[in-house]
Design a protein around this ligand. Structure first.
Ligand code: SAH
Length: 238
């Protein structure tokens, strides 16, 4: 389902930054941490400015590629420059309009969970697997993945093990009081006067991701690890 304009703070921030070369603060709220901010400029990062795990994902992407939650289109544009073929989807009409104007050839306002089509590589970057929201939605996620991936197809996604949020002063992880899986967060964003609705966003550690994949007929290979609990995973059918 497409995001309405008055509920799309990130899309508005992306559109403003593209039109004016600057944007106001894109604020992020969650019960699990203090108010944070996404620097809007980072959504416009070039290939050289991307973290190593993202550059690796772009290198490994092959065949017909799907960029899920493409935002301002940075990965799709980098893939096109590499001569690769990509379709970009996002639920934000403002983001899709911007990536189209920036030169993404095939961009659509489309929810991953209702997409029809077949792809050799599916990319979910900048913790893109977060759109799954909660572990309870993993069956629906893997069912859709199985539908969309060609035989031999791959999902490349990055995420972080956010256990460090729960570290006490002695360096021990203390999960008392955490309800359910500790990577299940609730977020909401605000940009100028535009407040988004709260949405669940999943961070998943590599072991839990492997267990989930195995339970749904897939397997996980950890391709590389970043320098702050982040990693790139390649998921294929068993
Ligand atoms: N991949 C981009 C943007 C990440 S922000 C980058 O790395 O810069 C996550 C994006 O996912 C947002 O633009 C949001 O609108 C989009 N999104 C969230 N849920 C989605 C869904 N179910 N299907 C497609 N896109 C989704």
């Amino acid at each position: 389902m497409a995001l309405p304009l008055n509920k799309d703070p990130m899309g508005q921030a992306i559109a403003d930054y593209y039109k004016n070369g600057s944007a106001a603060r894109l604020r992020v709220f969650s019960q699990s941490f203090d108010e944070d901010e996404i620097p809007v400029k980072t959504l416009f990062r070039s290939c050289d400015e991307m973290p190593a795990v993202e550059q690796e994902a772009l290198r490994l992407a092959s065949g017909l590629i799907l960029d899920v939650g493409a935002g301002a289109g940075c990965h799709s544009l980098a893939l096109q420059e590499m001569g690769k073929t990509v379709m970009a989807i996002d639920i934000s009409p403002l983001a899709v309009e911007t990536m189209r104007e920036r030169g993404v050839k095939d961009s659509r306002v489309q929810d991953f969970f209702t997409l029809d089509g077949h792809f050799d590589t599916i990319l979910m970057l900048m913790n893109g697997i977060g759109i799954v929201g909660t572990l309870s939605r993993m069956p629906a996620f893997f069912m859709q993945l199985d539908y969309l991936l060609t035989p031999g197809g791959q999902l490349l996604c990055d995420s972080s093990d956010i256990c460090y949020i729960f570290e006490d002063e002695d360096g021990f992880i203390d999960l008392t009081g955490v309800d359910g899986y500790y990577g299940e967060l609730n977020y909401w964003m605000q940009y100028k006067g535009i407040k988004g609705s709260p949405f669940p966003w999943l961070f998943i550690d590599p072991e839990t991701l492997s267990e989930q994949a195995e339970a749904h007929g897939f397997k996980v290979e950890i391709v590389s690890r970043g320098d702050h609990y982040d990693y790139l995973a390649r998921i294929t059918r068993k």
